[in-house]
Design a protein around this ligand. Structure first.
Ligand code: CP
Ligand code: NVA
Length: 332
């Protein structure tokens, strides 16, 4: 693995990185994963500290940053959605300069992409995007690593996404696929297609990597021959409960179920960034069932629990890939 120097870089969206840099981060993640599995210590940043700002809730991303930080020998400080002054009593610019004086890197999860971009502008240490409304770049590295582990390659694979295609996960998949030469198909209601300007940008990038971007309202067309079927929640964090009524009506035809899986490549896998509404095991899932009578939402329990589902491998890879981002941008 030839080293690529990413020291001091922010990690805000994959559009800011070349294909070579993205593949390097996957190689580094694979190496760190191997070390972790073999019990080989990799406390390269002993005595350093990172701040984790979460203006929205999290299980995977928070735990990944904390475990990755500790494995690298660092201290981590978690700022929860209520427990800091950010945005309420202190501006992003001031917060950035305060935290940069104490920490070696800052993770931010929250609302608009412009907030994490502003944080990065004012902080003199690397800033990592842990999810905004627009992008979820650390999720993409985990997804690409999972895909590469399973298929042994990324380029040329057909990844079809079903559901809300104008939000962080779908938009990031489009960027990640364009950068790495995948064929990305987004199946959704046309009111939930991505921003046309971003589609255009991704198509230009894909033209140079051998990939492609297709938008369709037909879930069966999207599923046919797909290597990866991917979905995400229909209503995202920060959106009101009232959104469910309209969303269920428009999205139910994009549910990933066994019939859709059968149209895909025989070796196809199912992926989901999680959390997922696949059964009645969640409070919101039960509320939605009582109101709308739909017991499984974006994915059926059958598909979620099937042998084709790699969702828990994907979730584990969040940690290994986030560790690679921290290590590379701090100068490993
Ligand atoms: N996939 C993901 O970002 O999960 P969390 O919201 O639990 O961090
Ligand atoms: N689209 C989802 C992704 C969660 C990881 C959300 O923003 O809630």
């Amino acid at each position: 693995m030839a080293k690529i120097d990413l020291k001091g870089r922010d990690f805000l969206k994959l559009l800011d990185f070349t294909e070579e840099e993205i593949l390097y981060l996957l190689d580094l993640a694979a190496d760190l994963k191997d070390k972790k599995k073999k019990g080989i210590p990799h406390r390269y940043f002993e005595g350093r500290n990172i701040a984790l700002i979460f203006e929205k809730t999290s299980t995977r991303t928070r735990c990944s940053f904390e475990v990755a930080g500790h494995d690298l020998g660092m201290g981590t400080t978690y700022l929860d959605p209520e427990g800091s002054q950010i945005g309420k009593k202190e501006s992003i610019a001031d917060t950035a300069r305060v935290l940069a004086g104490m920490f070696d890197g800052i993770e931010y999860r929250g609302y608009g992409q412009e907030i994490v971009e502003e944080l990065a502008r004012y902080a003199k240490v690397p800033v990592w995007n842990g999810l905004t409304n627009e992008f979820h770049p650390t999720q993409m590295l985990a997804d690409l690593l999972t895909i590469r582990e399973h298929f042994g390659r990324i380029k040329g694979l057909r990844l079809s996404y079903f559901g809300d295609a104008r939000y962080n996960t779908a938009d990031s998949l489009m960027v990640a696929g364009a950068k790495t030469g995948m064929h990305i198909v987004l199946a959704s209601d046309e009111h939930y297609f991505p921003d046309p300007a971003l589609v255009e940008t991704c198509r230009e990038i894909a033209a140079g990597t051998g990939g492609s971007i297709t938008l369709t309202t037909d879930p069966e067309e999207a599923a046919r021959g797909a290597h990866i079927l991917y979905t995400d929640v229909w209503v995202s964090m920060g959106e009101p409960m009232e959104a469910w009524a309209e969303r269920i009506g428009l999205m139910k035809k994009y549910q990933v179920n066994a019939a859709l899986m059968r149209l895909a490549d025989p070796d196809a896998i199912f992926m989901h960034c999680l959390p997922a509404f696949h059964d009645q095991g969640t409070g919101i899932g039960r509320q939605v069932y009582e109101k709308f009578g739909m017991a499984e939402l974006e994915v059926t329990d059958e598909v979620f629990e099937s042998g084709q589902s790699l969702v828990f491998e994907e979730a584990e890879n969040r940690m290994h890939t986030i560790k690679a981002v921290i290590a590379a941008t701090l100068g490993l």
